[in-house]
Design a protein around this ligand. Sequence first.
Ligand code: SF4
Ligand code: SF4
Length: 89
Amino acid sequence: MENIKNGSNILKDGNSEEFKTGAWKARYPSHSKEKCKNCMMCVPYCPESCIKQKDGILIGMNLDYCKGCGVCAKVCPFKAIEMKDLEKN
Ligand code: SF4
Ligand code: SF4
């Protein structure tokens, strides 16, 4: 099937990286390195798989794909993620 993109329809598999879901968000997750215990509880809950880790350390969220759902902040047992409003232009 021909892949038709109109900005909102995803009609082909394996193309999720083409859709920058980060453009949807009104809020973003602010991560505190001081509070974070690197338990990685938040990582599997992120629906966009945009929480990045390296060598057992959480290094941040890829905001190109973070859609601001707030799930990571809800599941963090150490309150290390706070959802903040994006600046209005
Ligand atoms: S706000 Fe949602 S999409 Fe963004 S990093 Fe957290 S869980 Fe992932
Ligand atoms: S759940 Fe909270 S403490 Fe655990 S890695 Fe994520 S931000 Fe850090």
